[in-house]
Design a protein around this ligand. Structure first.
Ligand code: NAP
Length: 284
């Protein structure tokens, strides 16, 4: 069994990105919008901000009151869309219940939608066109590629069908010529599907959902789930101790898909920066 070491890979990608950024005159800049004071969201936003700073990008944090209205948020996005010094825009989800997230995500200019959650980018990913793919699925694809795990003709089973992880990951894997099965809460006999997986990706948020009897001998397992246990420890959706001896490759939690998500956001921000420089015609 070999570990899919997302932490090590993310550090090496960050190093390459830092070199690219250091060669830029004007620095790539990401606007991060946080509405309210949900502690988990604050942690995620700070991690993203620090990651930007590590590679020399600018992170502009907009920490807005939980009383911010839909209209006020839309106005801020509009002004960031028109701000040439902002290359990427990210709205931390979930938003407070009085704000509808879809119109907010749709308002972000597609060329700055580095989270890839707008319908424009979702559609382009589905159509296998150049786009900003969401960071977590992108990170999983990069992790598999770094370990030379081929997807063509493989049966990829994805457990979890959210718009931010499971569905876009299914699209990316299909684009890579895998045979893809997506499972969700209504899937009957989950184990009958997971046992068929050459590559099993799990993004649910339920510790130990995947047990050893649910995994085929020699499978590749990518655990995307993150749950903070009452003792403060972070764990994934896969029973790592029991499942790992059966796997050819498995990603740990923490240190697998998580760091890859952050570095994929940085890559998307750099891509947005390059696209916008190109639009401005300022490429040397
Ligand atoms: P989500 O929106 O809650 O989606 C979870 C998905 O799992 C849904 O499709 C849900 O189905 C399905 N599901 C729930 N219980 C199930 C079961 N028993 N069997 C099969 N499917 C089941 O969550 P998410 O945002 O996709 O995140 C999923 C997990 O990944 C969470 O632990 C999250 O913290 C983690 N995550 C990690 C990263 C990272 O950087 N590593 C990034 C994003 C998310 P229904 O919708 O039908 O209920």
């Amino acid at each position: 069994m070999q570990l899919l070491d997302g932490k090590k890979l993310a550090q090496s990608i960050e190093k390459d990105l830092a070199m690219l950024v250091s060669a830029c005159n004007d620095k790539p800049s990401l606007a991060v919008i946080l509405v309210g004071n949900d502690p988990a969201s604050q942690t995620y936003v700070n991690m993203k901000k620090h990651a930007c700073e590590r590679v020399g990008m600018i992170a502009r944090l907009y920490a807005l009151s939980s009383r911010t209205t839909q209209v006020e948020l839309l106005r801020i996005i509009e002004s960031l869309n028109n701000d040439e010094d902002v290359h990427g825009i990210l709205v931390q989800l979930p938003l407070p219940p009085h704000i509808e997230s879809n119109p907010i995500l749709e308002a972000i200019a597609p060329s700055k939608d580095v989270d890839g959650f707008s319908p424009h980018n979702i559609g382009r990913v589905r159509a296998n066109l150049s786009a900003f793919a969401p960071a977590t699925p992108l990170g999983v694809m990069d992790l598999l590629a770094a370990y030379q795990i081929k997807l063509q003709g493989q049966h990829c089973v994805i457990v979890g069908a959210s718009n931010i992880v499971g569905k876009p990951l299914a699209a990316l894997m299909l684009n890579a010529n895998a045979t893809v099965t997506t499972c969700h809460i209504y899937t009957r006999d989950l184990a009958s599907f997971t046992r068929q997986a050459d590559i099993l990706c799990v993004a649910v948020g339920k510790p130990n959902l995947i047990t050893a009897d649910m995994v085929k001998e020699g499978a590749v397992v990518v655990d995307i789930g993150i749950t903070r246990l009452p003792n403060g420890k972070i764990c994934g959706d896969v029973d790592f101790e029991a499942v790992s001896p059966k796997c050819s490759f498995i990603s740990p939690v923490p240190g697998g898909a998580g760091p890859m998500t952050i570095v994929s956001l940085l890559q998307n921000t750099f891509k947005a920066y390059e696209i916008q420089r190109c639009i401005k015609g300022s490429y040397a």
